[in-house]
Structures are given as structure tokens and as C-alpha cells.
Design a protein around this ligand. Sequence first.
Ligand SMILES: [Ca+2]
Ligand SMILES: [Ca+2]
Length: 216
Amino acid sequence: METSKPVRGQTLLIRFGIATGLLLIAVMIGLSGRGSAQAAPRPDPTNGGFTATPTATASGYTATPTATCVPTSTPGPEEIDGRMTGGGSVFTEAGVRVTHGFELHCSTSHVPNRLEVNWDGGNNFHLETLTDVQCTDDPAIDPEHPAADFDTYTASGTGRYNGVDGATIDWVFTDAGEPGGGGDHATMTVTDAGGNQVLSVSGELHNGNHQAHREN
Ligand SMILES: [Ca+2]
Ligand SMILES: [Ca+2]
């Protein structure tokens, strides 16, 4: 009887010790788990779910990649150094003869640039300023001789219509070799100072010749 008391007390102590130990282990595991959960990187919803890692640099700032410039416009045609001379007749749809004579360069700054157009018994356009010009090579057109780097002269200008300033002209002349009546074309549209179209003609030369040249 007397020897059983210490044995029960020891058993209780051992059980208490085991229980306390288990509790401590459980608490430590719990703390340990919570600590590791806090240490794990959290996905950044603004960065595609990835956590950005700042990179220290000598200046203290992270280098930002510069955008590469991509050309969005196509380069224009290569400027051709040349001129076109000549003249001739074309007819409107109504059968009105339109005559023209010219000396024109492939640059607005290369002067002189002259163009005279006469039609219908007294109407006249006189070019004063070449405002825009483009000399181009149409693969389907052969200007033959002399050697030239273009065959098509497309331009705009301002001038006088029947002596009145403020008129404009848009035109295209082509040189398709010789004779001029064998394929050279002229297209011209003249608008007076009031905005009225006073001439519109497009066709093959009936006589005359357009001649493309190199400047040198
Ligand atoms: Ca050509
Ligand atoms: Ca020609």
C-alpha cells in the first residue's frame, strides 16, 4: 500500500511531462509553420504573379531598358537629279486642243522652272512657282535616249490663269522615247483663283516630244 503511492505519483509526473512535451512540440511546430508562411514571397498581382526583385546599381537606381525605335514610315523615293524639257499637244474629251511647252527640274530649288499651257482660243496658264515635284521611274516606260534616271514628272505649282494670280496646276508628264507621239503622255488640271477647275486634260501627245535628261 505504501509503496504504491510513489509509483502513482511518478506515473502522473511522467504523463504530465509527456503531455507538456507534446504541447511544446505542437506549439513549436505551429510557430515554425507560421514563420515559414510569413517568409514565403507573395505573388504580386500587379506583376503577373511574380515578385519583382530590385537590382541595386552604383547610382542606387535600377537601370531601365530603353525602347528600341522601330521606323513606322517607309522611306520616300530616292531624289533623282534630272530635268524634263519639251512640249506638244493633247486633246480634251470635248476635242479641244491643249498645247504646252516647258523646262522643268526635279527640284523646286533648281531654277528655272517654266511651263506655259494654252487652250481653246486664248486661255493661258503661266507657271510662276513650282511648289512640289517628284521625278520617278516607271518600269513599264523606257525614255530611250538620252540617258535619264526617270521617265515620269509629277508636280504641282502656282501661277496665273489668263493673267490673274492665284491659280494652281497639277500635272504629270511622261517620256516614253521617240517620237513623242509614240507614247509620251500629258495630264494637266488647272484651277483658277476662285477654286473653279478651268482645264482638265489627259492623253497621249499628238505632236511634240517630252525629253527626260540627267542634269549632267
Ligand atoms: Ca522606266
Ligand atoms: Ca519622249
